[in-house]
Write a protein that binds this ligand. Structure first.
Ligand code: NAD
Length: 355
């Protein structure tokens, strides 16, 4: 049935999408009135950052290549000092969620526009959410000042993303869209984007992993990443994200893989309590049975771990995760109970077909 009451806030950002769209960077920078931009990346992506710096030409102010998972505050502080020393008035981030996260930490402390050039499917470039870690404790928040002013999606930059990481990152993105479909602040507008994002990944991911260099498949997947990221940026996440946060935070497990493994089970938990979301996922996955089973079957076809035990979680960790996941209440289509969470985690630990 049609959702007859809803709100929608358009986020103020410019997006350019396409092969070689990176070639437009210099003209966009000039149009935005930026004079000296630093480039932020992980150590592994230094080479691509150098090509971005070259595109900035006389408006480039150097590369800070120390982005890493979870944005440690020490790294963020050094990055801000680097930006100040170089007289930077903008920050160009190239990479996945870790690089975008560091750019956001810089912008939060030292106001400057972010230009994001995503090379994974994480979707952070589409959200006002930031996070940083001090002494192992992750703090997150939301601020319009960390929303990129410009996002350049260039599928050519994603062909180097290994098949395993592409698959896990794509499932991570699909999880944003699934939760946007049943979010407390869902809207028909965002649901359109979310469903189309899931569809794009369901079609593209199996092809991306068998033919990672194929630009058509990469283009479709990156389009999906944009839609799923935008769905994340516009809504409040529920059980799946809270649970993955609890697993990732307490056990320090890899982010995208954790999301990829858990998604079929969080869908199984919520599916019958969220019929509109269930219908949208079924349409996107071309199935008329269980959305959870269809997601699980998709993961089985991808070169990713399929059970939480495969990435280092054990049955003895369940107590810690359940306790963390129940600490703060949040909206979810189905009531989140200790018993329900234990069942979900046992299934995800074993990687068994969801029921
Ligand atoms: P990531 O950014 O840590 O990247 C993973 C690895 O892949 C890195 O070593 C990176 O150098 C490499 N890499 C990235 N793109 C590549 C490419 N095209 N070719 C080859 N190697 C490449 O991982 P991620 O999954 O993109 O991001 C995860 C992080 O993002 C988490 O910390 C998560 O919390 C955060 N995140 C935040 C938001 C938000 O809204 N704030 C949203 C999603 C994710």
């Amino acid at each position: 049935s049609f959702q007859s009451e809803f709100g929608y806030t358009a986020l103020p950002m410019r997006v350019r999408f396409g092969i070689d769209v990176l070639g437009q960077l210099r003209s966009h920078i000039a149009e935005l009135g930026i004079e000296r931009a630093i480039v932020v990346c992980t150590p592994e992506q230094r080479t691509v950052a150098e090509s971005v710096l070259a595109r900035l030409d006389d408006r480039g102010a150097g590369i800070f290549d120390r982005a890493e998972m979870h944005v440690p505050v020490e790294v963020a502080d050094d990055a801000v000092r680097f930006a100040v020393d170089r007289g930077a008035d903008a920050c160009v981030v190239v990479g996945g969620g870790s690089s975008v996260g560091l750019g956001k930490a810089i912008a939060l402390q030292h106001r400057m526009p972010i230009i994001a050039i995503p090379t994974t499917y994480a979707g952070s470039e589409m959200t006002p959410v930031w996070g940083s870690t001090r002494d192992g404790h992750k703090q997150t928040g939301s601020s319009p000042s960390v929303l990129p002013a410009l996002v350049l999606y260039d599928p050519g930059l994603t062909t180097t993303l290994p098949a395993e990481l592409s698959a896990a990152s794509g499932m991570n993105a699909m999880a944003h869209a699934v939760e946007a479909l049943y979010a407390p602040d869902a809207s028909p507008i965002i649901s359109l984007m979310a469903e189309e994002g899931i569809r794009a990944f369901a079609e593209a991911l199996p092809r991306v992993v068998t033919d990672p260099q194929n630009i058509d498949h990469r283009t479709r997947a990156l389009y999906g990443a944009w839609l799923c990221g935008a769905s994340l940026g516009a809504t409040t996440m529920s059980l799946h994200h809270k649970l993955c946060h609890a697993i990732g935070g307490s056990l320090n497990l890899p982010h995208a893989q954790t999301h990829a493994i858990v998604l079929p089970y969080s869908m199984a938990y919520n599916e019958s309590s969220a019929p509109a979301a269930q219908a949208a996922v079924r349409r996107a996955l071309h199935t008329d049975t269980s959305a959870a089973v269809a997601l699980w079957e998709l993961t089985q076809s991808l070169p990713i771990p399929h059970a939480l035990t495969q990435i280092g979680m054990t049955a003895s960790d369940i107590d810690t995760v359940v306790e963390q996941a129940l600490r703060n209440p949040y909206s979810n289509p189905r009531e989140v109970t200790e018993e329900g969470l234990r069942g979900l985690l046992q299934d995800a630990l074993a990687g068994r077909r969801p029921t």
